[in-house]
Design a protein around this ligand. Sequence first.
Ligand code: PHE
Length: 380
Amino acid sequence: MKLIFSRWAGATLAALALLLAGCGPATDTNVIKIGEYASLTGKEATFGQSSHNGTELAIDELNAAGGLLGKTLQLITEDNQSKAGESQTVVNKLIARDGVVAVLGEVASSRSLEAAPVCQNAKIPMISPSSTNPDVTKTGDYIFRVCFIDPFQGTVMADFAKKTLKVQNVAIFTDVKSDYSKGLAKFFKERHLANGGKVGAEFDFNGGDTDFKAQLTAIKATQPEAVFVPGYYTDVALICIQAKQLGLNVPLFGGDGWESDKLVEIGRDAVEGQHFSTHYHPDVGTPKSRQFVDAYKKRYNAAPDAMAALGYDSVMILADAIRRANAAEPAKIRDALAASKSFDAVTGMITMDANRDASKAAVILKVEGGKFKYLETVAP
Ligand code: PHE
């Protein structure tokens, strides 16, 4: 955290120096300004920090290789503190005050859904690295993503329940404050029923709650063989702990929102042996991925997770579009992004479909020995 703040302070001082020198950012024609909004602090801080790390690494690699169109890339990052309402404010600032030509973000679907209309109305392309709710890109033709969507992820985990967990009667426990959770719960249920499974219980929680015992007691009473929890890591860890305390000793499983080191730090033995789907694992080694993992480890002294890889990919696909457009103008960047085809990304090949979504494989991970172990890849 300290590092991030001191880097921000440095950037602020540099901006101030530019202003004092009489060449404010708005008049500087030697830079291409790219905005980023992320949850660097607050409830989902590890999401924002990881995706920011990947984003920053990509920007620095591009600049080290000479930038784009003879210009330097300038990344301007805003923290929305994981708070509802903040994303619109900070994205407005990035566009109106800073004059960015494109916006990168967010990880969480609810926050992407909040800021997407701002980008769409201003006709500034937005690329979400990892928001999977299908509605995000439906906002309009300026909104893109570099990840798969939840109708696919729900299918992957429903098939996993059938083939690997071999369970029939599954309970679903949904965070009603999160568009991601509501969507993934719905898509999982549809496929699970189509697979001949049964949903014996459906209960809700509010992200940020700390006591889930009432709902878990009610879920236990329906004698489920497993519980699907499409939530974010902090809530999920507490849910796993409390399920165990209540003697609800069946598999709990979920989606990409589980992915954080904090899941294991908080959940410890209660999350051991559980499964979730996500976008990427460093052990899945394409040459592109290996290069990225090496560079990431060198810089951050840690292995990258899915959000870091997707943050990196969001920058690289934008850079590719700017190159092909041969211009750093928002409308031309949009058109080039929409035409992205077979782009070789760290997380897999990206072709933008007609809805500006990427059709890509998912991976299933298992919590083992406090680490996330790669189990299998599921192609769309
Ligand atoms: N897909 C989640 C959402 O839409 C965010 C997420 C992506 C979380 C990748 C973890 C890893 O809200």
